[in-house]
Design a protein around this ligand. Structure first.
Ligand code: ZN
Length: 198
């Protein structure tokens, strides 16, 4: 039986499809949106559409940006010879918040997971190897300490070793399975400073 108008049902269905939003939250949000001033709803919808349409990958590090090159890659003060490999843009943001890292990044957009069927070809690994043909001193692997993150770190280090470029892994002060973005800046800095060469 339909309790709501089909428009409300459709909105609830769309919201429930978002990560972390269950049926109850979706209902709550839908009714909140319906009670919002029309102008505000238009702004919300517009922000979503614009973000989706305007945001793209940096052609160098693959983080999400509005420009061809992200502000980090185009900053002459950053050391382009040190590349920190992270799983996603949120992890990059966590390291940027420390304000102590002056190298650049490479965003993989995922991690290798045989269980989920995500292989090396599904993340931005080819792109990383391509970057390493340039002048690079060190690659710091800062993938999460989850099973997927460790698998990815091992895979990358094996790929890079033959090139002679220094490969290091952030220290294991980062809680196992913990998403980097939830870890405080002091812990992140310690993990970075205590990195070990692989
Ligand atoms: Zn970039």
């Amino acid at each position: 039986m339909e309790y709501y108008s089909s428009h409300i049902s459709k909105l609830i269905e769309q919201l429930a499809g978002l990560p972390g939003i269950g049926a109850k939250s979706a209902q709550r949000l839908a009714f909140h949106i319906i009670n919002m001033p029309q102008d505000q709803v238009r702004q919300l919808a517009g922000a979503m559409t614009e973000a989706r349409e305007q945001v793209r990958y940096c052609k160098n590090c693959y983080t999400l940006t509005d420009q061809e090159l992200c502000p980090i890659c185009s900053n002459p003060a950053r050391n382009q010879k040190v590349i920190m490999v992270v799983e996603n843009t949120r992890d990059l943001a966590a390291y940027e918040k420390t304000g102590k890292y002056d190298g650049v990044y490479h965003v993989l957009h995922g991690a290798i997971s045989p269980m989920l069927g995500i292989g090396p070809g599904d993340i931005k690994l080819k792109e990383l190897m391509h970057r390493l043909q340039g002048d690079v001193d060190e690659v710091i692997i800062a993938t999460n300490s989850s099973l997927e993150g460790e698998t990815t770190a091992m895979y990358i280090s094996k790929l890079i070793k033959p090139t002679g470029i220094k490969v290091s892994r952030i220290a294991s002060g980062v809680p196992v399975g913990g998403d980097l973005e939830y870890i405080d800046e002091v812990t992140l800095l310690r993990a970075l400073e205590g990195r070990v060469e692989l």
